[in-house]
Design a protein around this ligand. Sequence first.
Ligand code: ATP
Length: 299
Amino acid sequence: MTGEYEIKACAKINLGLDVTGKREDGYHLLRMVMQNIGIADRLVFRRNDTKEIRIRSNLKFLPTGPKNLIYRTVETIRDEFGIADGVDVELEKKIPVAAGLAGGSTDAAAAILAMDSLFGLGMDAGKMREMGLKTGADVPFCLLGGTALAEGIGEILTRLAPMPDCRILLVKPKFGISTKYVYQAIDEKMPGEHPDIDAIIKALDAGDLGGICANMGNVLENVSCAEYPVLDRIKDTMREQGALNAMMSGSGPTLFGIFDDTDKAERAYRFFKAGEYGRDTFLTGPVHKEKDCYGDRNT
Ligand code: ATP
C-alpha cells in the first residue's frame, strides 16, 4: 500500500464494429475488434485525509464531480469495499473527448487499478471487470488492453493476435458526437452489408496488415458519415495520402488511417497538422500488452 499511483491510460480504436442485435433492455449487441493505441492520458491518484474525491484536470470543461467517469468508478469501489478515505486525482487529458476513442472508459479502468493498489484491495481480473462494467461497457476492454474481440454489450472479451506494427493517423474534426444518439439512430439506418469481423480476426492471426485493412468496417459510419459529409472527405484524403484504408472509430467522429509506410504516414500527418483539424491530429501506433491488466504500464 503506497500513497501515490501514477498510470498512463491508453485510447482505443475499433478495427471492426458490427451491431448484431438488441437486448430486451435496449442495449445493442456488438461484435467489435478493439485495439489500444499510443495516445494516453496521464493520471496520478493519491489518498487524502478527507472523505472527498477531488479531481483536477488540464481541461477546464470536463466535469470533476459525479459526472466524471473517474469519480463514478472511485465511488463504486469505495462502496463495494467500504472505504471511507478520500482520493485526489490529477488528470492530464491528452485523448480527445467524446471522440470515439474511449477516453472516459480508459480513465475509469485506470481508476480501478489505482484503487486496487492504493488500498491493497487484491482484486483479481474478474472482480476488476465486474467493477468496470458498472461504469461502462468499454471499461473491461480498457482493463485488458492490447488487441481483443469484444462481444455482448462489450463485456465478453477474447484476446486476439496483436495488430502488426504500423502507423496510425488520427484526425478528429472539431465537433463531438454523442454515442447515445448514434446507437439510437442505427436501428433505422443499419447498412445492408455488415463488416466481416471473422475476416479481420483471421488477418490478425496471419499478421496480415493488408487483410485487416481490406476488411475494416464500422456500421455506425452509416449514421455519423451520413450526417457529417466531412468525415468521408477526411477518409478519402487519408487514402489519397497513402493510407491502406481509413475508417471512423466507435461512434466517431475521430477518423483513423492505417499506413505501412512511415514516410507516407509522416507526410500525411504534416498535411493534416497544418490544416483546420491540426489541434486534434495525431500519429501513433498500436500498443501491445502481454499482461491481463495494465499495471505493467505504471510509469
Ligand atoms: P467511447 O469511445 O467509449 O464511446 P468517447 O471517446 O466517445 O467514448 P469520452 O471521451 O469517454 O467519449 O466522453 C464522453 C462523455 O463523457 C463526455 O461528454 C465527457 O464530458 C464525459 N466524461 C466523463 N468523465 C470523463 C473523463 N474522465 N474523460 C473524458 N470524458 C469524460
